[in-house]
Design a protein around this ligand. Structure first.
Ligand code: ADP
Ligand code: ADP
Ligand code: MG
Length: 680
């Protein structure tokens, strides 16, 4: 076995590979760009080498430089992960020439499968079933059109060199053909530097079913069963599972043997995936082969109990495959959800930012040798930690959440539970969307095909509901708790501006009205009774009123609304309350009466930063007398200026930040005392 390898990747897959190496006693060298100096994979590996600027072409794609670094650090092999250099035949060849083992297939196999059209020509010879289509060399537009007419519409135009769901266009009728062809060629040239296309029959309601294959250098080749990756957006996978629902033993064997034949036809070695597109009746066709470890490999590990990275390392060392086909078994059912920094409501646009707060369900991290899924049946493969940033330079995947169950139903329940405990603040994620997807009838009943998301728009994107009373009650509990804590601190500190603020006073009344803002709407909540002493009162919200009590248990808040007991978590950032309840994330902005002049009733207080940013002007000094609405300070954040104005007439008692200083969201900027009315 190797003593030391270099991992030419980043993020979760770099950590994933390192985890197995650690277990096998192999030292690891990480590589990192400027953007990743503090990344988890750098901390996770034994050594790390800086390789350049944040753009991939300046770092993770610098083949020669990476090879140099491998030699310099004494690594014997390079694991390319997925993406980046993993399917680059020149890189595989250059590794060999430099005396390093490329942990992947031979360059010739990458080459053979690199072009979708050339691969199809090979597969045709190996008698692997193909989607009816044209994958020839001749790219004459009139010829392609004749082929499309012959195949019958709808057809799919695909870039031969394509990948990642890019460079594909469906053509519904002959009239649209030329325009679609021109656009695919443009995209293909721009993204892959090659405008060659193929034409194939566009299947309606197909499923994406792929087979994991493994070959060693001694001539053994096995399949580790299938994964169903039909749930996709923009031809990219969102949920993956193994085994495929509805699969019969007979068809599994047929697909497995076809995949092994495909691998053998190109002299394959190592881990590979043969992707098939399948009709609802079970007939299947070769689509492409991915000559690397796949993003969704963990579901296969969960059902087979095998560590595929360990298999890769053993094969790369020249060892035989650890198991034969007869020894491989399927145990239970596994699901993987890709947690992305993206906004499903806005067409799944990627979102960037800092993971300011992140809580995850109890889980094992990465693959554990001998214990495929851990006691809870939940595994998380993540390349980021709380405080890390999802930058625009790389894939916006935050983590892969993988669950195992004795059957699909149990796996579904576990996934739903686990998603409910995945709390992220700082950027948009698809967690709530995944939760709806998992619970949707279509997915639950395994009515799978690649159009599932599009067809179920109505259920998957329900109209935004306003915050429920439970979420409101949780936020109120968090607010009251914070006030009582602050009061305790303030009582110990006579000089604090809060000493005079009377922040938890009912002004002699036993009613308090709180205002929150959610999704642009102002919500009114009324509390009656003495919440301070007994933590018992009545909460009135929308058209509901309920006896209200709460208790804290570490991170968890328990709320009683009459006889209904519920619980959840609240993460507070300044006056913003992130409420996690019942699998939903509700953002409530507390409208501090001091800052919202109309409702002002306090005697003084603090003025806080509504967002992280920089102070660009301060118009007042301690002692400045101002009238309500006077600009006090200007902040700049996200290229927008934001003016902090006096909430009422009063005196500035303290200015806490100067021009040019960076402030965190919720930071107190100024202290302010309300002007006593003349003569009072
Ligand atoms: P897979 O076919 O393994 O499921 P996808 O189709 O999701 O992979 O991704 C398509 C391509 O996008 C991958 O081949 C890989 O090149 C790239 N990719 C996906 N996720 C990442 C990531 N986290 N880091 C780098 N590249 C990625
Ligand atoms: P990529 O290299 O981008 O992964 P693939 O050829 O693997 O490209 O196709 C990606 C996805 O596009 C498939 O998973 C499937 O959803 C869809 N697709 C591909 N070929 C067809 C087809 N002939 N008919 C219908 N959908 C297809
Ligand atoms: Mg594919």
């Amino acid at each position: 076995m190797f003593n030391k390898i270099l991992i030419a990747n980043r993020g979760e897959i770099a950590c994933r590979v390192a985890a197995t190496c650690r277990r096998l006693g192999i030292r690891t060298v990480a590589v990192y760009s400027d953007a990743d100096a503090d990344a988890r994979h750098v901390a996770f590996c034994d050594e790390a080498v800086h390789i350049g600027g944040p753009a991939a072409r300046d770092s993770y794609l610098r083949a020669d430089h990476i090879i140099e670094m491998a030699k310099e650090t004494g690594a014997q092999a390079i694991h390319p992960g997925y993406g980046f250099l993993s399917e680059n035949e020149d890189f595989a060849r250059a590794c060999a020439e430099a005396g390093l083992v490329f942990i992947g297939p031979p360059a010739e196999a990458i080459h053979a499968m690199g072009s979708k059209s050339a691969a199809k020509q090979l597969m045709e010879k190996a008698a692997v079933p193909l989607v009816p289509g044209y994958h020839g060399e001749d790219q004459d537009a009139a010829l392609l059109r004749r082929e499309a007419d012959g195949i019958g519409y709808p057809v799919l135009l695909k870039a031969s060199a394509g990948g990642g769901g890019k460079g594909m266009r469906v053509v519904d009728a002959g009239e649209g053909f030329e325009a679609a062809l021109a656009s695919v060629k443009r995209e293909a040239l721009a993204s892959f530097g090659d405008d060659k296309v193929l034409v194939e029959k566009y299947l309606t309601r197909p499923r994406h079913i792929e087979i994991q294959v493994f070959a060693d250098t001694l001539g053994n080749c096995v399949y580790l069963f299938e994964r169903d990756c039909s749930v996709q957006r923009r031809h990219q996978k969102v949920l993956e599972e193994a085994p495929a629902p509805g699969m019969t033993e007979e068809r599994r064997r047929a697909m497995g043997e076809a995949a092994v034949a495909a691998a053998r036809a190109v002299g394959y070695v190592g881990a590979g995936t043969v992707e098939f597109i399948a009709n609802q009746d079970g007939s299947f066709y070769f689509m492409e082969m991915n000559t690397r470890l796949q993003v969704e490999h963990p579901v296969t590990e969960m059902i087979t109990g095998q560590d595929l990275v360990e298999w890769q390392l053993r094969v790369a060392c020249g060892e035989a495959l650890p198991l034969t086909q007869e020894q491989l078994r399927i145990d239970g059912h596994a699901l993987e959800a890709r947690i992305y920094a993206e906004n499903p409501e806005k067409g799944f646009l990627p979102s960037t930012g800092t993971l300011r707060f992140m809580r995850t369900p109890p889980a094992v991290q990465f693959m554990r040798g001998g214990d495929a899924h851990g006691p809870a049946g939940v595994r998380i493969d993540a390349g980021v930690r709380e405080g890390d940033t999802i930058s625009p330079f790389y894939d916006p995947m935050i983590a892969k959440l993988i669950v195992w169950g004795r059957d699909r139903d149990e796996a579904l329940h576990r996934m739903s539970q686990a998603l409910a405990h995945y709390h992220v603040v700082g950027l948009s994620t698809n967690v709530a969307f995944l939760q709806r997807l998992i619970k949707s009838d279509a997915f639950r009943t395994a009515d799978l095909d690649t159009g599932l998301i599009e067809r179920n728009q109505a259920t998957l994107f329900p109209p935004q509901k306003s915050a429920g009373i439970e979420s409101i009650a949780l936020a109120v509990a968090a607010l009251l708790e914070r006030e009582s804590k602050e009061r305790r601190i303030d009582e110990a500190d006579r000089h604090s501006p809060w000493t005079h603020a009377g922040n938890w006073r009912l002004n002699g009344r036993d009613t308090r009205t709180l205002y929150f803002e959610a999704a642009g709407h102002k919500l009114e909540v009324v509390l009656k009774g003495d919440v301070r002493d007994t933590r018992k009162s009545t909460l009135i919200y929308a058209d509901q009123a309920a006896p209200f009590a709460y208790t804290f248990k570490a991170d968890d808040i328990r709320v009683d609304l009459g006889t209904r007991r519920t619980h959840g978590q609240v993460h507070r950032e300044g006056d913003t309350f992130h409420v996690f309840h019942d699998g939903r994330h509700t953002v409530l902005g507390w409208l501090d009466p001091l800052l919202h002049a109309g409702e002002a009733e306090g005697e003084g207080g603090k003025l806080t930063a509504p967002m992280p940013g920089k102070v660009i002007a301060v118009m007042v000094q301690p002692g400045s007398k101002v009238t309500r609405g006077t600009p006090l300070l200007v902040m700049e954040a996200m290229k927008m200026e934001h003016t902090i104005a006096a909430p009422t007439d009063g005196v500035v008692s303290e200015v806490l930040y100067g021009v040019g200083e960076q402030v965190a969201e919720g930071a107190q900027l100024l202290a302010f005392a309300v002007e006593e009315a003349a003569g009072a």
